[in-house]
Design a binder for this molecule. Structure first.
Ligand code: SF4
Ligand code: SF4
Length: 258
């Protein structure tokens, strides 16, 4: 039986993150907080988009928050940007599961660029209306808080998103609406971690595209002949690597601007 090594590794990491988010409920001191602001073994970690909103809101950002945000942004930047979406986000795990429903794959899709518009709106609202727009309604924050502190009524928003994804538009939140995904896609564009492509090994069977929920990113290597996936939308999830029967794809570090 074929083992999908990358998917298996990703599930282990995703479940470990959920385990960490549950530890405050269990009263363990290993991890405290949530995905917006946390302390892991005493190390302060902050969501860089949340820190940016605080900066736009107040004109200042506290040093521990800034340090935690730079640490997280640097880590994800090094490892692919949207690696957060593919490997860490608990909402991503839930929506991943729905991808196993054949009916979901038949649904329409929306373009990827909607996320950048959502990101712009969030930043403009923070600057002009002085409200942390995304932090108030972020389904990622809602799931993360529910795991850390117990469920609350705002989980209904998450349920509504999932319902739309199952019945109407495939992966519409992750593909087209999540401002945090848009933010990390900017880091992904200059990240040194890339999905590499060897044209000589490719049979153009299209299995990689069918395994990828942001399949457009594979057009650059498969159609235009680039040596790697260029787009910052790639989550470095490795599903295409698992799907490829010839080993034409690989995960590798390379010069970030190549
Ligand atoms: S190109 Fe491959 S690694 Fe990137 S998102 Fe698609 S399946 Fe995942
Ligand atoms: S799965 Fe592999 S062989 Fe098939 S099209 Fe993609 S890169 Fe080429």
């Amino acid at each position: 039986m074929k083992v999908n090594h990358w998917t298996l590794a990703r599930r282990v990491v995703q479940l470990t993150v959920i385990g960490l988010l549950l530890t405050p409920c269990l009263g363990w001191g290993l991890f405290q907080g949530n995905l917006q602001s946390a302390s892991l073994l005493g190390l302060k970690l902050s969501d860089p988009l949340a820190a940016l909103q605080v900066l736009l809101l107040t004109g200042t950002v506290a040093l521990p928050l800034l340090g935690g945000a730079l640490l997280v942004l640097g880590g994800y930047g090094l490892l692919g940007g949207k690696t957060f979406c593919g490997w860490v986000c608990p909402l991503g795990l839930v929506t991943d599961v729905f991808e196993y429903l054949p009916s979901t794959r038949q649904l329409r899709i929306w373009p990827l660029r909607g996320k950048m518009i959502a990101l712009l709106v969030v930043l403009l609202l923070s600057l002009t209306l002085k409200i942390p727009a995304f932090e108030t309604i972020s389904p990622i924050g809602i799931v993360s808080r529910a795991l850390s502190f117990g469920p609350a009524s705002d989980l209904l928003l998450v349920a509504a998103i999932l319902l739309v994804e199952v019945l109407l538009v495939r992966r519409f939140w992750c593909r087209s609406l999540c401002p945090l995904g848009g933010f990390y896609s900017l880091a992904g564009r200059v990240s040194p971690l890339r999905i590499g492509y060897r044209a000589e090994a490719c049979t153009h069977c299209d299995r990689c595209r069918r395994s990828c929920f942001v399949f457009e990113v594979l057009d650059a290597p498969l159609v235009e002949g680039t040596s790697h996936v260029v787009s910052g939308e790639c989550t470095r999830c490795g599903a295409c690597l698992d799907a490829c029967p010839t080993g034409a794809l690989n995960m590798r570090f390379q010069h970030p601007l190549k």
